[in-house]
Design a protein around this ligand. Structure first.
Ligand SMILES: Nc1ncnc2c1ncn2[C@@H]1O[C@H](COP(=O)(O)OP(=O)(O)O)[C@@H](O)[C@H]1O
Ligand SMILES: [Mg+2]
Length: 265
């Protein structure tokens, strides 16, 4: 990402402050961590303005970063926000004790789902997701480097088009409406002192299906423990414990559906 013209307002608020870069995310964004704030720079998309609207709406409802300044030019959008306290749920400290981590993740899910969505400014239900997925497929935006082995190729789908068609024809028959985080994976959940301290990366947050969060949470938990992301391989762990904590019967069909849908993002 070649940055030439950082908008004046952002420059004024960050110039000269020491920072570290963060390369946890997979969205092609650039993240700069300052002492008490974070600058996230992404390629401009008008949908990201909705994310800002959601972040503002969520203030006081959930622990989310506060928007300090949002600027955009033809190429990039610049979001300067407060820095969440604590550590990501994929920190070794938590992965070492997966039973405890699962209890915290279950609590985090309950907290997100308990937000009243009656005046939520954004809908991210299956229709909205499929519409965006179609746009991504038609415009060659699907990131094929970050897909689960087995999704495409032998025994799987031929290509993103075929997967999209399958998803459009096999929607879940019912729907559990909640506030859905939309990218409920461990690096987006912050924990501190045995409590939930923050939710970040709210680009897909909106009124949506509970099962979307469950699918991504389970997969993220599994992949962070089994070395998929190149980290330490932890002892085998039964991710069904997450469902037992929540008192929900795992519905493998729906879990698979949303994990597959996420492959197109
Ligand atoms: N507001 C924030 N507070 C603390 N850490 C943050 C914040 N925003 C981003 N980060 C760090 O940067 C990483 C990537 O940012 P994120 O918004 O999740 O980008 P991506 O869309 O690429 O996943 C996060 O996992 C987290 O470690
Ligand atoms: Mg993220």
């Amino acid at each position: 990402m070649e940055l030439t013209h950082v908008p004046e307002n952002i420059k004024r608020l960050t110039d000269g402050k020491p920072y570290e870069t963060d390369d946890t995310g997979m969205s092609g964004s650039r993240v700069m961590l300052f002492g008490d704030c974070v600058l996230k720079i992404v390629k401009s998309r008008k949908e990201n303005r909705e994310t800002i609207r959601m972040m503002k709406w969520l203030r006081g409802k959930l622990p989310v970063p506060e928007v300090i300044c949002f600027e955009e030019d033809e190429e990039y959008q610049y979001l300067l926000m407060t820095r969440m306290k604590g550590r990501m749920a994929c920190d070794a400290e938590y992965l070492e004790k997966p039973e405890k981590l699962v209890r915290l993740l279950a609590e985090a899910l309950r907290i997100v789902w308990s937000v009243d969505v009656s005046d939520c400014p954004r809908t991210r239900d299956t229709d909205a997701e499929l519409r965006e997925a179609r746009y991504r497929v038609e415009n060659g935006l699907v990131d094929m480097d970050n897909t689960d082995p087995g999704t495409f190729g032998e025994g799987g789908f031929r290509d993103p088009e075929e997967l999209l068609e399958w998803l459009e024809n096999n929607r879940p028959s019912s729907y559990e409406p909640v506030l859905s985080h939309g990218d409920f994976c461990l690096p987006n959940i912050f924990l501190e002192d045995g409590r939930i301290s923050g939710f970040i990366d709210l680009g897909f947050t909106g009124a949506g299906d509970m099962w979307r969060d469950l699918a991504l949470c389970r997969r993220s938990l599994m992949c962070n423990l089994d070395g998929t992301y190149g980290g330490k391989v932890y002892p085998p762990f039964d991710t069904d414990l997450l469902f037992r904590e929540l008192g929900i019967e795992p519905d493998n069909k729906r879990l698979r559906y949303y994990a597959l849908l996420d492959e197109l993002f």
